[in-house]
Design a protein around this ligand. Structure first.
Ligand SMILES: [Cu+2]
Length: 440
């Protein structure tokens, strides 16, 4: 039973337009409503979101709502809808049942459409959110551009192979569609910063010049207790919510990404994406409680595995390199039944990292190479380092239909590292007590 809910409506037009990434530096972007990122969608937990998409591009597109527990028909993939052709419209309509930081992006010809800017943030608020002085969204991206700010594709064999292997990484580093942004905050205040990694392949290891910050949220909203760190990895597709401050007036906080080696041809290095300047002090009302919410475990760490998923990379005469799931390309996996707990082992036997993303459902990580993770969280994307086994648990609630999981390095996904599967009705009707997970 759906309770009466507030309706939040957006009109989206996908098109090509000029976008200034820095003063005097303009790209031919593709995006929503002529901005990169697209409009920030804001809703409250329980709202119904309606997005009417008009496609004014010269090719088809569709939108995937990353992390939102949509009905299958609204997932925005080729499994569940016809791509929206040029000149056509499509209405997405679904309830947002979880508070947190989510995002939307094109799920069609992604290596081109996402690279050009077809993504945006979704913030779902809730009365249980901690009180903060201010919030900021940092959408991380990078673009590979020529000296004339044109999008480029490698034209000869070796660079093409490198891009396929590494995923596309560019030297143009963007936060919210801009190079070298200078943002502001006030001394004495504490802010919530929502990081969303929208890049094709870049591993972003957040570092604020050595300052401590508190992780308060992950893909599926708040974690149980703040975790104090000085660095945190955010892989493509992942979100991380942190609390920062208070800082001193005059400080300049770099938004850095530390070097992270994921066995790429490109040499990893530390890079600065943006800076935040601390202005004069203002009073603070921020209040971060020591406990943020309870996350009930879906399964014990030793729960029996009922599906194994293997990620591997192998040589290919035809493609140069194959990116495989269970030794296949673009595979069809077995269905799962509504209400039957899923305990999956994802085994990365390759010598490179892959971020695993499950559409439509949150999972809990039970083990990484036999060990419980540092803290409990609802996740939809988890990085697999080389030769790593990750055990996850998730519950297919009553949303039958076609879903998928894939590597979120867009070039790997496109090269075949993806699987579709169906969630099917159980023989006996499954009765939900509203949504099975995620209630506070
Ligand atoms: Cu991958």
């Amino acid at each position: 039973m759906k309770k009466q809910s507030n309706i939040v409506e957006y009109q989206f037009e996908a098109s090509q337009f000029e976008w200034e990434i820095a003063e005097g530096k303009t790209i031919q972007a593709w995006g929503f409503n002529k901005q990169v990122p697209g409009p920030i969608i804001k809703a409250r937990k329980g709202d119904t979101l309606v997005v009417r998409l008009k496609n004014s591009l010269s090719e088809s597109t569709m939108i995937h709502w990353h992390g939102i527990r949509v009905p299958a028909s609204m997932d925005g993939t080729g499994e569940v809808q016809k791509p929206v052709a040029p000149g056509e419209e499509f209405e997405y309509r679904f309830q947002v049942e979880d508070a947190g930081s989510f995002w939307y992006h094109s799920h069609h010809n992604e290596t081109v459409q996402m690279e050009r800017g077809m993504y945006g943030a979704i913030v779902v608020e809730d009365e249980l959110d901690p009180v903060v002085d201010e919030e900021k969204i940092f959408m991380i991206d990078d673009m590979k551009l020529t000296a004339n700010f044109e999008f480029t594709k490698p034209s000869w064999a070796l660079p093409r192979l490198i891009e396929k292997h590494d995923g596309r990484q560019g030297d143009t580093l963007l936060i919210n569609g801009k190079v070298d942004s200078l943002l502001h905050m006030h001394a004495r205040q504490m802010e919530r910063w929502r990081f969303i990694n929208a890049s094709s392949a870049r591993y972003f290891k957040l570092y604020l010049g050595g300052r401590e910050f508190k992780i308060i949220g992950s893909d599926g909203g708040l974690i149980e207790q703040p975790v104090v760190v000085r660095e945190a990895l955010i892989t493509p597709g992942e979100r991380l919510d942190i609390m920062v401050g208070p800082f001193k007036e005059g400080e300049i906080i770099p938004i850095d990404s530390l070097s992270y080696s994921r066995s790429t041809f490109l040499r990893p290095k530390k890079e600065t994406f943006a800076s935040v300047k601390v202005l004069e002090a203002k009073p603070s009302v921020a209040n971060i409680p020591p406990f943020l919410r309870v996350i009930e475990p879906l399964a014990p760490q030793e729960a029996a595995i009922n599906r194994k998923v293997k990620f591997s990379v192998g040589p290919s005469l035809k493609n140069g390199m194959n990116f495989l799931i269970n030794n296949g390309l673009h595979v069809l996996d077995e269905p799962v039944k509504v209400g039957e707990l899923q305990v999956w082992e994802i085994d990365n036997v390759s010598l490179m990292d892959h971020p695993f993303h499950l559409h439509g459902f949150f999972f809990q990580v039970l083990e990484i190479n036999g060990k419980a993770p540092a803290y409990k969280a609802w996740k939809d994307t988890i990085n697999l380092t080389p030769r790593t086994k990750v055990k996850i648990a998730w519950m297919p609630d009553n949303r039958p239909g076609k879903w998928m999981y894939h590597c979120h390095i867009l070039e790997h996904h496109a090269a075949g590292m993806m699987a579709s599967f169906e969630v099917i009705d159980a023989a006996t009707p499954y009765v939900t007590s509203r949504s099975s997970c995620h209630s506070h």
